[in-house]
Design a protein around this ligand. Sequence first.
Ligand code: PMP
Ligand code: GLN
Length: 388
Amino acid sequence: MKSGNSILAGYGTTIFETMSRLARQHGAINLGQGFPEGLEPDALLREAARLMNEGPQQYAPMLGLPELRHAVARHARRFYGLEADADTEVMVTSGATEALAACLFGLIEPGDEVVVLEPCYDSYLPILRRAGAVPRLVRLTPPDWSLPRQALAEAFGPRTKLMILNSPMNPTGKVFDAAELAVIADLLQRHDAYCLCDEVYEHQIYDEARHIPLITLPGLRERCLRVGSAGKSFSVTGWKVGYVTAAPALLAMAARAHQYLTFATPPALQGAVAAGLDWDDGYFQGLRRDLQDRRDHLRAGLEAAGLAVLPCRGSYFLTADIRPLGFDDDEAFCRHITEKAGVAAVPLSAFYPGGGTRHLARFCFAKTQDILDVAALRLRQHFRETSS
Ligand code: PMP
Ligand code: GLN
C-alpha cells in the first residue's frame, strides 16, 4: 500500500478527539475539548429551525449569504469601528478552522516562512506545513506569557510571508495588549508581511481586558485577515460557521482556496448567525459576564483540589500547574484524572509543536456551574484520598 501524505501522517489524532474519546470511555466530565454547555441561546436555535424548515436547502453563494456578510460587517463596525465592505471584504466559511486553512492555502507559496507563537492552536502547524510553509516558532512562557520581543524580531526575515496571532489566546487565556500589538505591527510593516488574526474568542474576554483587533491599527488594514467564529460567539461549536474579514486583494486569495475546500456553508445556520450578530450589546455583555463567573467558579474549585491556577483574561480556558499535586508530565496527569477522578483536561504540551512545557493542564470552564461543581468535587476527593 502506498503511504499517505507524510506531513499529516506525522500528526496522528488531535488531542481534543483523543481526550474526548477517553472521557466518553470513562464516563468522565469533559473539561478537555473546548465546547460550551448551557449557553446556547434559544432565539438562535429557533431561528435556525425556522430557516431549516423554510429553506432554501441548496448551496449558498460561495462568499456566504449577503445577510450574513452584512451582519459581520455591521458587527465589526459596532464593536471596533472597523469599516468593511460586505461584498468584497467578508467571506463566510465552515468554521474558523476552514477560514484559517483557506487563508493559509490561499496565501502561502512553498518555501514561505510563517511566524507562529507557541503554545498554539493545533490546526496551524499541520496546515501551514501542508501548504509548503516553513514555521518559525516563537515561544511564550508561563506564568505571564509576555511577548518575547527579541525572539519575535529574530523570527522575522526576508522570507516571512505572514504571522499567525491568536488573541484572546487558546490555551493560555492571554489577551495581547496595545503595546504588544504595536510591536507586532511594526515588524509586519518592516518585513512587508501579513497577519492571520485568529480572533474566535473576541467575546470571551474578562475583567478589565479589552480586545483590540490588529487590523484596526494604523497601517494594518491591508495586512490582516481577521477570523471569527459563530461557534464561539453564540456557544454553538457544532455549527461550524466562521468568517474572514480582509482587504479585497487578501480576501480574494483566501476565497480562491475556500471555493475548492468547502465552497459554501449551510444556509439556515448562516441566516441564524446573521440574526444573532445584530443582537444588542446586552447579549454579548451577558455572555462575557456569565463566562467570567464560570471561570471564577472553576478557578476556586481547581485551587481547592490543590492545583496552582494561572491568570486568565480571555478564552474558555484555565491553565493550571500540576506540580503541586506531585505530577510533572501533563499527558500522564490528564489521562490519570480522566480515568481515576472522572474529569478530563488537555495537556498543554499538545500546543507546543516545538516540545517543552509539560507541567500545565488546560480546563474548559464554559460549562454549567453544576458540572463545574461536580468536576471540582471529584478532583478534590480524588486527590484527598490519594494523598491520605
Ligand atoms: N482557533 C482557535 C484558537 C480555537 O480555539 C478554535 C476552536 N476551538 C478554532 C480556531 C476553530 O473554530 P471553529 O470551531 O469555528 O472551526
Ligand atoms: N478549539 C477547541 C479547543 O481548543 C477544539 C476544537 C476541536 O476539537 N478541533 O478545545
